[in-house]
Write a protein that binds this ligand. Structure first.
Ligand SMILES: [Zn+2]
Length: 148
């Protein structure tokens, strides 16, 4: 019976039973843990093995030389993407401005003044020339008859 081990993948950390065929198995057999093991192996290898580092750099360089358009196409795609994003943002901004404008118009339009303030009793004082004729004042009552 194999002793159970804790998976070294920090995102996993589960107990697993190592395969007898795999000596010193430190990661469980889940896909992401196998991948983590590979990454870790790669990291250590790159840190410790100059030849490996050189070989990898050469391989990457070769790949770029064999695919000279990739970077160009990537940048072109990025440019399209950036432009599209910018356009969409502009559209969103415009829409927001229209909503703001609509709100402002709605606010001045729905004057609550009509119903609340105007209804009630007022002193009506006639103005003759520039003179206010207080003696002719009368009390009037104003009632809103429609709901605005
Ligand atoms: Zn695991």
């Amino acid at each position: 019976m194999q002793k159970r081990k804790r998976c070294l993948n920090k995102d996993c950390g589960e107990l697993f039973t190592p395969c007898p065929q795999v000596p010193n198995q430190e990661y469980c057999s889940k896909k992401e843990c196998r991948r983590a093991r590979k990454r870790e192996w790669n990291r250590k290898k790159l840190a410790s093995d100059e030849d490996y580092r050189d070989a990898r750099r050469d391989a990457q360089k070769n790949w770029r030389e064999k695919n000279p358009d990739y970077c160009k196409q990537y940048r072109a795609r990025q440019k399209d993407y950036v432009q599209k994003n910018r356009q969409q943002q502009r559209t969103r901004n415009r829409k927001r401005q229209q909503v703001d404008l609509g709100n402002r118009i709605a606010k001045t339009d729905e004057s609550p003044v009509k119903n609340t303030v105007l209804t009630g009793r007022y002193r009506l004082i006639p103005v003759r020339g520039d003179m206010i004729a207080k003696t002719d004042e009368s009390i009037v009552e104003i009632i809103a008859i429609s709901g605005g």
